[in-house]
Write a protein of this length. Sequence first.
Lengths: 271, 314
Amino acid sequence: MEETLAALAARARVIRRHIIRMLGEAGSGHPGGSLSAAEIVTALYFHVMRLDPARPGWPDRDRFVLSKGHACPVLYAALAERGFFPPEELLTLRKLGSRLQGHPDMKKLPGVEMSTGSLGQGLSAANGMALAARLDGRDYRVYVLLGDGEIQEGQVWEAAMAAAHYRLDNLTAFLDYNSLQIDGPCREVMSVEPVAEKWRAFGWHVLEIDGHSFAAILGAVEEAKRTRGRPTMVVARTVKGKGVSFMEHQVDWHGAAPKGDQVEQALRELA
Amino acid sequence: MSAKIATRDAYGRALVAVGAENPHIVVLDADLAKSTKTIEFKKRFPERFFDFGVAEQNMMGTAAGLAAAGKIPFCSTFAVFATGRAFDQVRQSIAYTRLNVKIAASHAGITVGEDGASHQSIEDIALMRVLPHMTVFVPADAREVEGAVRAAVEIEGPVYIRLGRAPVPVLHGDDFAFVPGRALEMRPGRDATVIATGIMVAAALEAAALLEPEGLDVRVLDIHTIKPLDVAAVVAAARETGAVVTAEEHSIIGGLGSAVAEVLGEHCPVPLRRVGLADVFGESGRPDELLVKYGLTPEHVAEAVRAVVRRKGR
């Protein structure tokens, strides 16, 4: 599936509406970092990745690992829109018995490639999938999305070192660089700068883009595919809470769900 | 009981054997391939061996990804790092996901010796046993290692195999068949039962021999599978002999002793003594010196048996 730029923009709007409705219904969850990643995830599921929703276990599918697992509303919305499960099920998010757990569970929900939630572990898993592709002579690609606060975890840098060491050029990582984490701006909590230089120093091909521009995201993916011998890190500048005026740049919307009027206003803005 | 073989050496050989049979098996290590003996696999199948350097957390996470893509990874490092340093990765990415990852950790217990407490894992059985979906094997000799490795390949899901550094007696013959989850009665007995695991199985057999001249007829159970525990065998031993001693090269908190106490408390309370590290860390020293100092010799096991027998019928 390769949607046009205009179709992708419309799709991202639908996904953002799902995110707001799901979180409003759940009464808890993480809107800020779900909304900031909407374009990246939409581009992957509706233009970039080789997938077949009817065969979630297809060995040659491309893989996506949501390392920042708390942003699962954006993943669930994309999976539902892509046909992995009925969109009505989105409203079961975080409820007892739901396949849509508070953080992604690969054993429960088709399309989820790795259970995540404890930060810093997804890149290692993505490395493993990329190594397996090479061992099996398969040409699938592996995509992974990290949060900016998440890269404060030491394991991320162990994995960064290993991905370069093993020359995993079938791996593309995105950093959702929305600059905010739970306790405040990253630069105040624990600076991750200079972030691009860090990944370059670890041996990665690094691109810096506007994470809300589909043209930029698709261009970065193509450049990553052309890159040989190194994994690619796409540092995507984003806005936390993007698309909902009262959530944008607001750290308090990291892990708080919108209520009644807020849901209505957000949906009006995303109409 | 003739030649002694360290369980880690048996692991190196078993890996090569299963690796030759199953192309999906891959082996991961964290800069300890010469010590864990995964180097044997590396020599034979270099394209299926991955070193991750001194980075155990990433090794475990990468194993999860390999397993998610259909591989059967065996991850090895020292037990203290596999289960302690990387506990959250094992919990989140391997146990919770029920991925097909095998963690074969060597240098468990105090018989690591001179490296001292930082490298002596006394809590790994507890840490792995507490995780849902995890199978826990503690082989007592080289033949049990081969059986455990083969069983791990057959089991669809996470498995922990505890291995040691020091050479230990071979207790079983060529015809030994490893059945996961089944306790082995190494010696019949009516007066008390020693339920032992790992290197303490041999010590338990020696203890039983020491007690024979005193007129004590001691049963010895070899528990190579801590989880799932052979509850029926443990309860039968308690019911039929009326007193139980557990023996493990591990803390008495959380390991075999705790597992047996849980079962007996619920099903068949009898006098019980747990032989193991008494809520203390080890230290540097020769393995044989450490076993004496920390109470893990056949004499210590025998004394514990005398104590529980005295408490019977009170």
